[in-house]
Design a protein around this ligand. Structure first.
Ligand SMILES: *[C@@H]1O[C@H](CO)[C@@H](O)[C@H](O)[C@H]1NC(C)=O
Ligand SMILES: *[C@@H]1O[C@H](CO)[C@@H](O)[C@H](O)[C@H]1NC(C)=O
Ligand SMILES: *[C@@H]1O[C@H](CO)[C@@H](O)[C@H](O)[C@H]1NC(C)=O
Ligand SMILES: *[C@@H]1O[C@H](CO)[C@@H](O)[C@H](O)[C@H]1NC(C)=O
Length: 311
């Protein structure tokens, strides 16, 4: 992601009352009209009604992995937001805040960003540094690290812990514990033998990032093997996540019992400590099952350094 998109993305997720501005974007230009083919009856063939013209006319930009209506619309909205934020002036408080956040975010140089990232990653236990503390296997508590990084950076490497509407009962929200978001799409990680080229590119990308973040003297001598280990581990994770999992409602006590006594109370407390949420032992949690049990087994036999680096 280049920094402009990163900034716009941050804005979109963080500034709720940009509503007026976004509303002022002409809906027609979101191109849905052009995608839907109203001469086809949706009741006869919904797929053709909604997708046929898109499939025959859309062109995927060469730099994108995936391309769909959402991506196309997001690009249009981002371009408009950018024009508005860069050229418009308004006395509206929310506009001023959005604009100063946007400019402050663009203002960060690449060095600022990598320093920040290095600081964050060192705090999480280090990444490709030889003397990182995550080497101490007995002390590496991965669920706590996942909670911290979820909270700090809103990324979900091993597990995705998130609060959403309970799909079984729309009048409440519950905590979900699902498989994490991996960097590469599942179809690549689940069939690595058919995607050798993509995985090589991925490896180069990780190595490039590591080198950008740390000076050469600091970096692990086994960088190449370390990155191979991480990718192998991600392939295992992707396979676990794609297995036949269902969400199951459990209590925290049940979750602790099924996962080798991981202290989930502590983990969830870390996640919510300033959110004013009361955690009771009988709160239902929707957990991806048997994913969580298998993950716990896998992590028992995985070297902590690998888990740590993936995090
Ligand atoms: C819509 O579907 C009809 C029937 O398949 C087709 O003739 C037409 O070219 C499509 N596109 C538009 C924009 O109507
Ligand atoms: C400025 O914002 C208004 C809506 O608030 C919009 O109509 C106008 O097109 C914008 N100007 C530019 C240059 O984007
Ligand atoms: C951009 O960065 C400079 C130097 O760090 C700072 O003085 C300036 O106020 C920043 N501008 C914005 C809009 O944040
Ligand atoms: C749905 O959630 C509400 C709020 O927590 C609760 O009062 C209600 O009993 C629940 N309904 C069912 C069918 O579980």
């Amino acid at each position: 992601m280049n920094s402009t998109f990163y900034c716009l993305y941050l804005l979109l997720i963080s500034v709720g009352n940009l509503g007026n501005l976004v509303n002022s974007i002409d809906k027609q230009e979101l191109e849905f009209e052009k995608i839907l083919n109203s001469s086809i009856n949706p009741c006869t063939n919904f797929y053709k009604f909604s997708c046929k013209d898109w499939i025959s006319t859309a062109e995927k930009p060469s730099y994108e992995i995936l391309w769909n209506h959402w991506h196309a619309s997001a690009n249009i909205i981002n371009a408009k937001l950018r024009r508005i934020l860069e050229r418009n002036s308004s006395e509206m408080q929310s506009f001023k805040k959005a604009q100063s956040m946007y400019f402050a975010c663009l203002n960060a140089t690449r060095e600022d960003r990598t320093d920040e990232l290095a600081l964050l990653i060192n705090g999480m236990g280090g990444w490709f540094l030889p003397k990182i503390h995550c080497k101490v296997a007995s002390q590496y508590r991965w669920p706590m690290k996942v909670a911290q990084i979820t909270k700090f950076a809103n990324i979900h490497p091993l597990l995705k812990m998130h609060v959403e509407v309970d799909f079984e009962n729309g009048s409440r929200h519950i905590l979900y514990v699902d498989s994490g978001d991996l960097v590469m799409p599942a179809y690549i990680l689940e069939h690595p033998e058919s995607h050798i080229q993509e995985l090589l590119q991925y490896k180069e990308w990780i190595i490039g990032t590591a080198k950008l973040m740390y000076s050469t003297e600091k970096i692990s001598l086994n960088l190449n093997e370390d990155v191979d280990d991480i990718i192998t581990f991600e392939i295992q994770l992707a396979k676990l996540a794609s297995a036949d999992n269902k969400r199951k409602l459990v209590t925290i006590a049940e979750l602790i019992e099924k996962t080798n006594s991981i202290d989930w109370f502590h983990v969830f407390k870390t996640l919510f400590d300033d959110a004013g949420v009361e955690l009771a032992g009988n709160n239902p949690i929707a957990v991806s099952w048997p994913f969580i049990e298998k993950l716990t087994e896998l992590l028992k036999i995985t070297k902590p350094t690998i888990i740590c680096k993936l995090n």
